[in-house]
Design a protein around this ligand. Structure first.
Ligand SMILES: [Fe+2]
Length: 179
């Protein structure tokens, strides 16, 4: 299950409800949808094809539809990172750069795990997520992404527009976000 590690204080939070409540104060959504509904071979396939993507998205349709309706998202896809990903190390270096987006960053973890360090107040909170968990980092919130020792993650991404997805590295560009 998810774990929050506060870099400044070293505090660790592991209780699901406590994590949900804490993050919600900062507009970060954390939820558990589970993985029981997916066959293991579907879940653990990293050379994804159209059929694999369709099967996964269909399996989570009720939750996805509810989230999309509530938050105004319109589309979703599947993204994978693993040792099969070309130039994984270079890509991970890029993902480690602090940034924000003009749209929310929405990830449901289908398999594997990872860390979303998020700037909250004056601290950096490492949000460790694993299979079956949803995280929504709101637009404008500074964050980055790191793989953990498993070095693989497979996620459903949900968005409003693909353009909202571009990383904005310069914090001062926040002012031009128009929100
Ligand atoms: Fe991001």
């Amino acid at each position: 299950m998810a774990r929050l590690v506060f870099r400044n204080s070293g505090k660790v939070m592991e209780d699901t409800e406590e994590i949900k409540n804490f993050l919600s104060k900062y507009g970060v959504i954390y939820d558990v949808w589970g993985i029981d509904r997916l066959p293991e071979d579907v879940r653990k396939k990293y050379d994804i094809d159209e059929e694999n993507q369709k099967t996964i998205i269909e399996a989570y349709k009720p939750e996805l539809d509810e989230l999309k309706q509530k938050m105004g998202y319109i589309t979703e896809d599947i993204v994978v990172l693993s040792d099969k990903t070309p130039n994984l190390d270079a890509l991970m270096e890029k993902f480690k750069r602090e940034h924000h987006h003009i749209d929310d960053e929405v990830r449901f973890v289908v398999d594997g795990s990872g860390i979303f360090p998020v700037k909250i107040e004056d601290d950096i909170v490492d949000i460790h997520v694993e299979a079956g968990e949803l995280i929504v980092v709101p637009a404008g919130v500074r964050h980055w992404f790191e793989l953990d020792e498993n070095r693989k993650i497979k996620c459903i991404r949900v968005f409003k527009t693909p353009a909202g997805w571009e990383a904005i590295y310069n914090e001062n560009e926040k002012a031009t976000m128009g929100s």
